[in-house]
Design a protein around this ligand. Structure first.
Ligand code: C5P
Length: 279
């Protein structure tokens, strides 16, 4: 089985406030990208994970933890060999680890013939990370709660995306912890985005926003520089995704996206040209 866990970006991310359980209440439109990892799953007697990024080969890997969780929940005793090739950068706000976990749940449910519903798998995924359930409702969805309550939205037209990730990865926990109540919002930015999407406006007119961006820029100046570099390379409205550190810009025309990508490529940061997934 060869599967392709996609990356995501947050087109909006409203932080509504801090919850009694320490998480933050969110309202976010999430969008899957064509950029993806590759997860191969083979029948095997024992569980094993091979990852081309050695640091991710251990038991903290979310795909591995997904496999363990699925076995624990169902009492299934068999194994599988997971071969994970990473193309989505780590600690980047692109949901790579979460997507690997969601894809492992889907693939192993199939391989092991467990027959769990997507809803049940998504609920298991939520125990691994707030972003995991989105990947069951991709390509476009509205996430609420701590991010784990997801409803699909009508898929958007294909849009070209330039991603720029500074060398610094970020700590999601640290970014959320540094938020002050003055930076909370009421969800109206996501509503504004949904209105621009419903109106079929071009991506340059989409009302993108991220309540974590200001804090991430203060904690990690490289994020602010990445936004400046995107602007200098021709992006009109760049934004950070998730808790960072990746920043992105959207383009209706591939030619414009390529122009920006080519101006950034080779300048030291990780950059790529991809597009939104439409189905
Ligand atoms: O859910 P996940 O494990 O991905 O979250 C990582 C960390 O990010 C949490 O431990 C928490 O500190 C922070 N977080 C938060 N509110 C959310 C999601 C994450 O405060 N809605």
């Amino acid at each position: 089985m060869v599967l392709r866990p996609p990356a995501k970006v947050n087109l909006s991310l409203d932080v509504l406030g801090r919850r009694p359980d320490g998480y933050h209440a969110l309202r976010s439109v999430m969008q899957a990208l064509d950029l993806h990892d590759t997860l191969e799953i083979y029948p095997a007697d024992d569980l094993a994970l091979d990852c081309d990024v050695p640091a991710l080969g251990g038991e903290t890997n979310l795909a591995w933890r997904a496999a363990i969780l699925l076995r624990e929940e169902t009492g299934y005793r068999g194994g599988a060999r997971l071969v994970l090739r990473k193309r989505i950068p780590i600690d980047a706000g692109l949901g790579g680890g979460s997507s690997d976990a969601a894809t492992a749940l889907i693939g192993l449910n199939r391989l092991w013939g467990l027959g769990l519903s997507e809803e049940r798998l998504a609920a298991l995924g939520a125990r691994l990370g707030s972003d995991v359930p989105f990947f069951f409702y991709a390509p476009t969805a509205l996430a609420t709660g701590r991010g784990e309550t997801v409803v699909p939205l009508p898929p958007l037209p294909r849009v070209h995306v330039v991603l720029l990730k500074p060398h610094t990865g970020v700590s999601t926990r640290q970014v959320f912890a540094a938020l002050t109540p003055a930076l909370y919002s009421d969800g109206s930015q996501t509503e504004a985005l949904l209105a621009t999407l419903r109106a079929n406006l071009p991506p340059s007119a989409w009302s993108l926003s991220n309540d974590l961006q200001r804090t991430a820029c203060l904690l990690y100046p490289a994020v602010a520089r990445a936004l400046d570099e995107l602007r200098a390379a021709g992006a009109s409205n760049p934004l950070m995704t998730g808790s960072g550190s990746t920043c992105y810009a959207l383009f209706a025309r591939e030619e414009d996206a390529r122009h920006t990508y080519e101006r950034l490529h080779g300048a030291g940061n990780w950059t790529t040209l991809t597009s939104t997934t439409t189905r």
